[in-house]
Design a protein around this ligand. Structure first.
Ligand code: MN
Ligand code: MN
Length: 465
């Protein structure tokens, strides 16, 4: 081989390297990547809503030694507990060697995903068919949610205080549901609508049945028959929908994508693809130097408001409880804390490259993405991590040999978005977004790379150990 020129050597030294990290990946490493992907897919299949994600996370964490938080208990170094916030968000804590006021290492991901929620009065009959009215949750392209199999997950909360769980459409023997769309033959007028308006919010109606109850006199017999089925199965009447949270999600299972099986297609990668690595990491550590805290939040997709979202005081109170127990000031604990806001970013899609600015776009298989700022326009609605904190994270990643890249949420002024980062930053914590690049984000079937998921897991582990 010819010797390198001075220019070539200098370039190697000074330029940022941007080679495909998988070019020389070892078989041994790839095995670890695919094994982790299997575990992740299994989690994903069972955790399609925030409530289910909390439940499955607790199962995993209890096996690793976590116990429910007990305010009367005095926790010591190495103790592991979790604080369950109404079954919809949760914080896992491993008490570190140093007291809380030296700062915590916090990982924050969200476990809610875009979907369709049933309205309080959802059930109706029209043209001898029974349907549910919905209100979409989070940012969706509505046309994507028609003509795909759908499942119904959630709860009926009854007046007597009991809660009945619903999960229909996931088992192969279950029925599923669908939002119908117009046939192309009769879509001339619909086709003139803009893409955004192609399917309207009030057109996201779920088809749930067609058989009438057998009776000569009563009306709305198809609706009646559906209520009879629900009453027999769950003991509910139409009024119980008023105090229910029923979520309609794609009835699709996580699948490998590609002949080389390098990618995963699934519903709800955003943000379980970061929540699972963060959970797996905190379940693996034993006695961390600083207290490790992993919070899995609800309501991120609607702006983090509400008592299970991260704009609430939930996280602050978890830190305060620990600090008070240790007799230290929780505001100092927060000020000295570091956080990875573990959330996804947009991956560069070869079909839609022009929404990205190539030099700053994240690519699939290039590892965990650091996103210094999200937001919109002139960096509105973002915490914009400090250079010093990004340097800390960059050094941690390089020292551990983790593959990572940087990303931004599309070209300047094209759109934008946010994460939980600013809510944690507003408590005085140092925060930066770090997570997995996704294709078709917020669609019923999103795509991620197995390698990126694994490197994100390694990041979470390095950060909290
Ligand atoms: Mn997200
Ligand atoms: Mn999202």
């Amino acid at each position: 081989m010819a010797e390198k020129t001075v220019g070539e050597k200098l370039k190697e030294e000074l330029f940022l390297k941007k080679e495909n990290p998988l070019k020389n990946i070892s078989d041994e490493k790839w095995e670890k990547v695919t094994a982790f992907a299997q575990d992740y897919k299994a989690f994903l299949a069972k955790a399609k809503t925030e409530r289910e994600a909390v439940k499955v996370s607790i199962e995993i964490a209890e096996k690793a030694g976590f116990k429910p938080f007990d305010a009367a208990k005095k926790y010591v170094v190495g103790d592991k507990y979790y604080v369950n916030n109404r079954g919809k968000s949760i914080a896992f804590v491993v008490v570190g060697k140093q007291p809380a006021d030296s700062g915590l290492q916090i990982t924050a991901a969200h476990i809610d995903s875009p979907r369709m929620d049933l309205k309080p009065n959802p059930l109706y009959e029209d043209s001898d068919l029974a349907l549910f009215k919905t209100h979409y949750y989070g940012g969706i392209k509505k046309y994507q949610w028609t003509t795909i199999p759908l499942a119904l997950h959630g709860v009926f909360a009854k007046k007597d205080g009991s809660v009945v769980e619903v999960n229909i459409g996931e088992d192969d023997s279950d029925p599923c549901f669908v939002v119908t769309d117009l046939l192309p033959h009769l879509a001339q007028e619909q086709s003139k609508r803009t893409l955004n308006d192609g399917i309207r919010g009030e057109e996201l109606n779920i088809l749930i049945g067609s058989l009438p109850f057998k009776d000569d006199k009563a009306s709305e017999l198809v609706k009646l028959n559906i209520l009879k089925i629900l009453n027999e199965k769950y003991g509910v009447t139409e009024a119980d929908f008023l105090s229910a949270e029923l979520e309609v999600v794609p009835a699709v299972k996580p699948r490998d994508i590609g002949l080389d099986r390098s990618l995963i297609g699934a519903y709800g990668h955003d943000d379980r693809v970061c929540a699972y690595p963060a959970l797996a990491a905190i379940c693996e550590i034993e006695v961390p130097e600083k207290t490790a805290l992993c919070v899995l939040a609800d309501k991120e997709e609607t702006g983090s408001d509400g008592n299970t979202g991260l704009a609430s005081d939930f996280l602050r109170f978890v830190v305060r409880d620990l600090a008070e127990m240790q007799g230290v000031d929780y505001t100092v604990a927060l000020r000295n804390s570091k956080c990875l806001s573990a959330d996804v970013n947009a991956g560069l899609d070869p079909t839609f490259k022009d929404v990205m600015e190539a030099k700053n776009a994240a690519k699939l298989n290039y590892g965990a993405v650091i996103t210094k700022y999200t937001g919109a326009r002139g960096k509105s609605d973002t915490s914009d991590a400090s250079a010093e904190y990004v340097a800390y994270v960059r050094n941690m990643l390089d020292s551990a040999g983790i593959t990572w890249q940087t990303g931004e949420l599309g070209r300047v002024d094209l759109g934008g978005g946010g994460t939980v980062a600013l809510y944690v930053a507003n408590m005085g914590v140092d925060v930066v977004d770090l997570g997995v690049p996704v294709l078709s984000m917020h669609a019923p079937f999103e795509v991620v790379s197995k390698f990126d998921v694994y490197e994100t897991y390694r990041t979470m582990l390095e950060f909290c150990k």
